[in-house]
Design a protein around this ligand. Structure first.
Ligand code: NDP
Length: 484
């Protein structure tokens, strides 16, 4: 299979004000194929000057024709964009597979999801309404939902297309303009998407993309006084910096910071149904998923049986280059490989209950063996830290209270699932477990364009996805008219 990037745009440029322009400093950054470690191109190294130009272009655009489009017309542009994405799903999948090392099938699913976000938010654009409020005699009071203005979007490398779809899609549907800073390791589909948005009729300057380093372009975006809202997905440490930068300008922030999401398996669970979810939710995208399920909590009476069956699944996992389209690809970068290998070393004292074999991998690729650890205590580093690699731990529990206590015993609260046939227990745990999304007898990592998504605790705040995201990308104005 060809490993050429099917690009129809120049990735060493930024898209600012509707024009492809070289970064002001003229810099570039190297692009590596995670499957082989080979250098496959270069991207723009945008800096503070480019961010400034992009913010100005977005500011101009928000007062231009974009401001006068009806909500239905904005929706139609998004629907056209969704159609263009659908027509290029295969190109987008191939670009993403080569750029981020995601097996082709998983990259394709991301491109399909991106089209679906455009479709969902295109359809939702003209359905966001205000309220009329009963008030004093002689008054009519109503609320208006208005766009924030210029929105900043910092997107990580793990699911670029899905995260752009959910944040930029909702921002555009509500009439905002956008400046997008994709991750330096994964900016190609962001540029492709912006180019397609132009072709779909999005006015110049409404969506601007500036690739570059987080500490340069990213920091310049989050601290720019011309930004009115920031949407960030990434690590807790960088999220804190983003929130601090936004605070200087008193700007609202949506933070999605990952998790340590548990799946809780009771002794009456349908194990046959649960098994694929238990393993896939941990190894999908090589574990680099904010909502990855990295903790499996299991009732002690079925612990050994479950371990045996998960272990068989681990042994059957096929790992390899993204273009071979197996179950698990490489990690995104040498840096991530080092981080995950460090965690695997921390598990040296633990029992390896399941492990996928790495066969003949390309020597320079960023591979690690998907690994299932058992004999893990709830306070072990591997049971507490977001590893962001294909690593799961199995922890036994004795009763429901203990299961809840372990499930809630990390800093995070993004996603959880409960596997049990007992309806009352399903309802109780849905309330007791701390997470922004609870799945009962399934696990929805990565899916659900329609489902509000976001965290509690250090998983972040604000909600993306679904109709709920539209509230976050608008600000509420109350109009009180006295007419006697
Ligand atoms: P970061 O949080 O540093 O990066 C996420 C995004 O923020 C990227 O676009 C990055 O750009 C940008 N960024 C980095 N520094 C700044 C800054 N000072 N101001 C504004 N934006 C910035 O994560 P890493 O890529 O370093 O990954 C480290 C760990 O973070 C992972 O191991 C994982 O645990 C977690 N993570 C969680 C994600 C999630 O979905 N919740 C996604 C990605 C990472 P650039 O990449 O160009 O530096």
């Amino acid at each position: 299979m060809s490993t050429d990037l099917p690009l129809w745009f120049d990735p060493s440029k930024c898209l600012i004000g509707g024009h492809w322009v070289a970064p002001a400093g003229g810099g570039t950054l190297p692009l590596y194929d995670p499957s082989t470690g080979a250098r496959i191109g270069e991207i723009a190294r945008g800096t503070a000057d480019d961010i400034d130009a992009a913010v100005q272009a977005a500011e101009t655009a928000r007062h231009g024709p974009w401001a006068r489009l009806s909500a239905a017309e904005r929706g139609r542009i998004l629907l056209r964009l969704g159609q263009l994405v659908t027509e290029r799903v295969d190109d987008l999948a191939r670009i993403e597979a080569l750029d981020v090392g995601k097996p082709l099938k998983q990259a394709r699913a991301d491109a399909v999801a991106l089209a679906r976000y455009c479709e969902f938010y295109g359809g939702a654009a003209d359905k966001l309404m205000g309220d009329t409020i009963p008030y004093l005699d002689g008054y009519t009071v109503y609320t208006l939902r208005e766009p924030h203005g210029v929105t900043g979007h910092i997107v990580p490398w793990n699911y670029p297309m899905q995260i752009i779809g959910r944040s930029v899609g909702a921002a555009l549907a509500t009439g905002n303009t956008c400046v997008l800073k994709p991750a330096e390791d994964a900016c190609l589909t962001a540029l492709a998407f912006a180019d397609m948005a132009k072709a779909a009729g999005l006015p110049d300057g409404v969506l601007n993309v500036v690739p570059g380093l987080g500490a340069e372009a990213g920091a310049a975006l989050t601290s720019h006084p011309g930004i009115h809202h920031i949407s960030f997905t990434g690590s807790v440490g960088t999220g804190v910096m983003v929130q601090q930068a936004a605070a200087q300008n008193v700007v609202p922030v949506t933070l999605e910071l990952g998790g340590k999401s548990p799946q809780i398996v009771f002794d009456d669970a349908d194990l046959e149904a649960a098994l694929p979810f238990l393993v896939n939710a941990g190894v999908q995208n090589c574990g680099q998923t904010c909502s990855a399920s990295s903790r499996i909590l299991v009732h002690r009476s079925i612990h050994d049986q479950l371990l045996e069956r998960m272990s068989a699944r681990y042994a059957a996992l096929r790992v390899g280059p993204a273009m071979d389209d197996l179950d698990v690809g490489p990690l995104i970068s040498a840096k991530q490989q080092e981080i995950v290998s460090g965690y695997l070393n921390q598990g040296a004292d633990l029992e390896i209950a399941g492990r996928a074999q790495l066969g003949d991998m390309p020597a320079g690729g960023y591979y690690v063996p998907p690994t299932l650890f058992s004999g893990v205590t709830a306070d072990h580093a591997l049971a507490q830290s977001e590893i962001f690699g294909p690593v799961q731990v199995v922890i036994p529990f004795d009763d429901e209270d203990q299961a809840v206590q372990i499930a809630n015993g990390t800093d995070y609260g993004l996603v959880a699932s409960v596997w049990t046939q007992n309806g009352a227990r399903q309802m109780r745990l849905a309330r007791r477990v701390r997470a922004g999304q609870i799945f009962i007898n399934n696990y929805g990592a990565g899916g659900g364009v329609e489902l509000p998504f976001g965290g509690m605790g250090k998983s972040g705040h604000g909600r993306e996805k679904g109709f709920e995201a539209l509230y976050g990308f608008t600000t509420l104005k109350t109009v009180a008219a006295f007419h006697g």
